[in-house]
Design a protein around this ligand. Structure first.
Ligand code: NAP
Length: 308
């Protein structure tokens, strides 16, 4: 079994920041990731609100890669694998992986982030990958000169609709309320985009197609009036689900599935910390994730020193 002082689960900005801080503190650090560097930021085409990325922004993939390179330069070990289960006990935490055996660590930092929520309407599962998408950066180019719908009224829906407008002919933006949840600056930019037509106060009812999507039925939330929109793609941005399932029954988790921590990123178990979008907090951004990661690493380092 490989032994590390600090094991970090998740390679988004929180996990990578924690890795850099922990390695610079002289700790033997391992980062486990099921997919690619950068977590959800890797699904974002441009990040321009993280200081240093500049007004023109930086690609989410590029920013994730730079963070990973920096962590490697400080000697962090990376492993691509799925975590099957975790066993927490003081100074001896065991992480079981799908293919690489077990990893032992004195302290664990959980930075597993969140995944896109499903909408839960008829046709969503059937046409997933055949017109239904949750990632504009991944799939936008397949919809060149087509008409599509984007669902949601938060920052993600509006930003991704603007990104998709580069490729597509037209976008119907469907939001269930009369007001957007997105920040004002993002709303203002979206409103100037002539390719986007908003349906406010409408909910998607059904996605219809044969081999792929060709219609979306929406319904007015007050009158139940139905509209049949001809679309070839439906991009869904209705929020996020925290990836906390494997920690259920081991740590205190709130009713929405977020790990409860204090301001030092301490969870309900000594030596186990949580950072980034997996924890309950008020602002889910790259800048707050890297801050959480740094705090978690410093606290994990202090925990190990105190136990020695
Ligand atoms: P979000 O802010 O939770 O917005 C989800 C949207 O989906 C809301 O407008 C919600 O409507 C709608 N919705 C939820 N369930 C629905 C359903 N069943 N049917 C129809 N509509 C539904 O999620 P997000 O946009 O993914 O953003 C998540 C977090 O990341 C936020 O904190 C956001 O600020 C942050 N973020 C920031 C940036 C940035 O700063 N550039 C970019 C992306 C995301 P209601 O409004 O009616 O609830």
């Amino acid at each position: 079994m490989e032994k590390f002082e600090i094991a970090i689960i998740g390679e988004g900005p929180a996990g990578l920041s924690a890795a850099i801080y922990a390695a610079r503190a002289g700790r033997k650090v391992m980062v486990l990731e099921r997919a690619v560097a950068g977590g959800q930021q890797a699904l974002t085409e441009k990040i321009e609100n993280y200081p240093g990325t500049g007004r023109g922004g930086m690609g989410g993939v590029e920013l994730g890669q730079k963070m990973e390179e920096q962590a490697k330069e400080f000697g962090v070990t990376f492993l691509n694998d799925m975590v099957k289960s975790v066993g927490f006990s003081p100074r001896k935490n065991i992480i079981k992986t799908s293919f690489s055996g077990d990893i032992e660590a004195q302290s664990v930092i959980i930075a597993t982030g969140r995944d896109a929520k499903n909408l839960g309407v008829k046709g969503e599962e059937q046409f997933r990958g055949r017109g239904v998408s949750y990632c504009a950066t991944c799939d936008g180019a397949f919809f060149r000169n087509k008409t599509i719908a984007v669902i949601g009224g938060g920052n993600s829906a509006l930003e991704e609709a603007m990104y998709l407008s580069r490729f597509v002919k037209k976008i119907y933006l469907i939001h269930r309320r009369g007001e957007f949840r997105a920040e004002k600056i993002i709303q203002d930019a979206m409103c100037k985009n002539e390719k986007i037509e908003c349906y406010m106060g409408y909910c998607p009812l059904e996605i219809i197609g044969e081999k792929s999507v060709h219609n979306l039925i929406i319904s007015n939330v007050e009158t139940s009036q139905k509209i049949d929109l001809e679309v070839e793609g439906v991009f869904i941005y209705v929020g996020q689900n925290p990836n906390s399932q494997i920690f259920k029954d081991k740590l205190v988790i709130d009713s929405a599935g977020y790990i409860v921590t204090d301001e030092q990123m301490k969870t309900s178990l000594k030596g186990v910390f949580a950072a980034g979008d997996i924890r309950n907090k008020s602002l889910y951004q790259v800048v707050t994730a890297v801050s959480d990661g740094a705090i978690a690493a410093v606290e994990a380092d202090k925990y190990i020193s105190a136990e020695e």
